[in-house]
Design a protein around this ligand. Structure first.
Ligand code: HEM
Length: 423
């Protein structure tokens, strides 16, 4: 079957498409229309994510289509050196080490370092929702895309007044690289991306010029560099900030929206989570498997590679369909069923696998846990607005809800016990 990631069922019910792809005999095939090799099975996607010698990241953050020449002019001006998600060895291990040392990435360190920031932002946003006089909101616009961005700006030490610009730049980058913008839109988005890069350079430059290091993340990265280009160049510091400002918020926004969507669309789920917030971590893991925020990711072959009996030549771009892999019946029993109690839920590939495994996984989980815990308690009667139909933005990599309209009912639904106050 043909995959059309920019239209039809893929924009409302991608699982339908993944199921049909998984039903086909071949798990690796070339799609001439997209100019990509499609990889669907769990074992193959896992191998491609983890085998940095055969599958490179050099083109992971490059547009998936031929950008028009006017847009290309702006893209060519972005002289951000590759770091982490866009880098292969030897640059990748060196830049990843910088992140591992400076960015809290275990549950315990994240809680200690960033827990207070996350809690403050969760409380602020939930209070704002609860105070809404009309009792209605779009959780995408007013919560899921707000929280991770505000948290990230706090961590990085980016002024809050820039939140609107950074959000627009992040959205624009995702649309430019993995969407289907027309040429005029490509030019606008490419110019914005160049602006975004220059903003990151200025942000880092200001910390450098200040002469003293604060406790924000940018300053910590500069302290780690300690003036040594062999450790990190100043341009690499700017490039890491450039990447984090997108990788750290658009993804977590997706997890939050998917988790809320799942929690509000299954009977009794919201109530159950409110009754016992200890259920939330497993609920989130199953959300990650069932509805990944990034459900297609890219690699380029660094040499000819044989996968599932098919040889992919060197230099070919591959789309790893993480969403399909997460529903591969070879790994997951009853894959189409959303079941937070399943024993195989940890096998999902939503944070990647191997050397590029997501550095922000623990932070994303903490944000989602705190957000759901607080929301369940503050709005026990939360429900999707009647008539809402799920739809996603046009994109081959990021699965982002267009909206999540809800009714903010703060009363406990009749027949349900009140949620506990603690947690
Ligand atoms: C639910 C939320 C998130 C999802 C689904 C997600 C997903 C992913 C995936 C699939 C990768 C692997 C990329 C690859 O193999 O090429 C990755 C890498 C990465 N993620 Fe996340 N991410 C999330 C949250 C975050 C957060 C909160 C941050 C930082 C604040 C972050 C920073 C990164 C970085 C820097 C990398 C590159 C690591 C490397 O290449 O070594 N992510 N993420």
């Amino acid at each position: 079957m043909r995959l059309d990631p920019f239209a039809g069922a893929y924009l409302t019910d991608p699982a339908q498409v993944w199921r049909r792809l998984l039903d086909e005999p071949e798990g690796v095939r070339h799609d001439p229309d997209l100019g990509l090799w499609l990889i669907t099975r769990h074992a193959d996607v896992r191998r491609a994510l983890g085998d940095a010698e055969a599958f490179g990241n050099a083109l992971t953050l490059a547009p998936i289509y031929d950008v028009c020449p006017e847009a290309m002019e702006f893209i060519a001006r972005i002289d951000a050196p590759p770091t982490t998600a866009a880098a292969d060895p030897p640059v990748h291990p060196r830049t990843r080490r910088a992140l591992r040392v400076t960015f809290a990435n275990t549950a315990e360190r994240v809680e200690r370092r960033y827990g207070a920031i996350v809690q403050r932002r969760v409380d602020e946003l939930v209070s704002r929702l609860v105070d809404r006089a009309d009792g209605r909101a779009d959780l995408v616009g007013e919560f899921t895309t707000e929280l991770p961005l505000l948290v990230l700006l706090d961590i990085l030490g980016v002024p809050e007044e820039d939140v609107g610009r950074v959000r627009a730049w992040g959205d624009g980058q995702i649309a430019l690289l993995w969407g289907q913008p027309d040429p005029a839109e490509q030019v606008r988005l490419a110019r914005d991306l160049w602006e975004f890069w220059r903003y990151c350079e200025r942000l880092v430059g200001a910390r450098l010029g200040g002469g003293r290091h604060g406790d924000d993340y940018v300053s910590q990265l500069l302290a780690y560099r300690d003036g040594d280009d062999e450790v990190l160049t100043v341009a690499e510091v700017s490039s890491i900030v450039f990447n984090l400002l997108v990788a750290g918020h658009e993804t977590t926004a997706g997890l939050l929206a998917h988790a809320l969507d799942q929690a509000l669309s299954g009977p009794g789920r919201w109530r159950e989570l409110g009754e016992d917030p200890r259920r939330i971590p497993a609920f989130l893991t199953e959300t990650l498997r069932f509805a990944p925020a990034i459900d297609g990711w890219l690699r380029v072959t660094r040499r000819p590679v044989t996968l599932d009996g098919v040889t992919i030549p060197a230099g070919e771009r591959c789309l790893l369909l993480i969403g399909a892999a997460n529903r591969d019946p070879a790994v997951f029993a009853r894959p189409e069923q959303f079941d937070p109690h399943r024993s195989d839920r940890d096998g999902h590939l939503s944070f990647g696998h191997g050397p590029h495994f997501c550095i922000g996984a623990a932070l994303a989980r903490l944000e989602a846990e705190m957000a759901l815990t607080r929301l369940c308690r503050a709005v026990p009667g939360l429900r999707l607005a009647p008539g809402h139909r799920r739809s996603y933005k046009v994109n081959i990599a990021f699965r982002a809800h267009r909206s999540l309209p809800v009714v903010l009912d703060t009363t406990v639904p009749s027949g349900a016990p009140a949620a506990p106050v603690a947690g």
